[in-house]
Design a protein around this ligand. Structure first.
Ligand code: GLP
Length: 241
């Protein structure tokens, strides 16, 4: 695992460099998209470079990590809508080329199985962008998640719901209790993992990710077993390394 400690602006540029390099070598690349605040600066930088003609997503495809269950299709915090707003609408990726788990499906296990099959049919993910939760989750794989898990229904922890309440007017009661998330084994199948973490609130999770034993109680630690994982953190997030 490669650990890079840089200011947030440099981190966004470095991740955009990795995406730009991938698209130059493989225009039909498959990207893995994360939500949350951590990737925002990366999406801003990718939108800038796309507008400047430095890169194109025209032939690329993308797969989201996770989705809330129970939000109406038009809810602004539904991850599909967040990704459309923050990424897809700002670059030249084709309509229909961005996929996500369907948190509105009647049969959620079937939707999870279908999502796994769609990722596999696309040839897997080339570059997976990741944030990390304060409890060490990646995607929505909360502590205790099986290290061998695939896309499935999960219950969100109280801590994650509290962390995400800021996106729901500060009201934890409005944060969904359940989600669909790619499993840890699904994420580990991507060919390059790129995790971004900034701020002191992530310092403990980053400490476990980089220096702790691999454990389902800190799910991101599974990344220590990945052959090509890059962790980009600012000084504050690196403060316990
Ligand atoms: C969210 C998402 C994760 C994200 C993490 C950190 O709940 N499901 O994919 O990486 O928690 O979010 P943030 O970057 O906003 O701190």
């Amino acid at each position: 695992m490669e650990v890079v400690i840089e200011p947030p602006g440099v981190i966004a540029a470095l991740v955009a460099d990795a995406v730009e390099g991938l698209l130059a070598a493989k225009p039909e690349a498959v990207l893995g998209l994360a939500t949350g605040s951590s990737p925002q600066a990366v999406y801003d930088e990718l939108a800038r470079r796309c507008a400047a003609g430095r890169l194109s997503f025209a032939r690329a495809r993308a797969f989201m990590l996770d989705e809330y269950v129970g939000l109406p299709a038009d809810h602004p915090e539904r991850y599909r809508n967040v990704i459309d707003r923050d990424f897809a609408a700002r670059v030249d990726i084709a309509p229909g080329a961005v996929h996500g788990p369907d948190g509105t499906a009647d049969d959620l296990p079937a939707a999870c199985a279908a999502y796994e099959a769609t990722i596999a049919a696309a040839g897997g993910v080339d570059l997976q962008l990741l944030g990390i939760g304060t409890d060490g989750h990646i995607g929505f794989n909360e502590p205790g998640s099986s290290l061998a898990s695939r896309t499935r229904l999960k219950t969100l922890t109280t801590q994650t719901r509290a962390d995400n309440a800021r996106f729901f007017g500060g009201d934890v009661g409005r944060v969904p209790r359940h989600c669909l998330t790619q499993g840890l084994a699904t994420i580990m199948s991507a060919r390059h993992l790129v995790l971004v973490a900034t701020g002191a609130g992530k310092a403990e999770a980053v400490h476990h990710l980089v220096e702790g034993p691999v454990s389902a109680m800190w799910p991101a630690t599974i990344m220590q077993h990945h052959p090509h994982a890059t962790v980009l953190v600012d000084d504050a997030a690196a403060s316990r390394l």
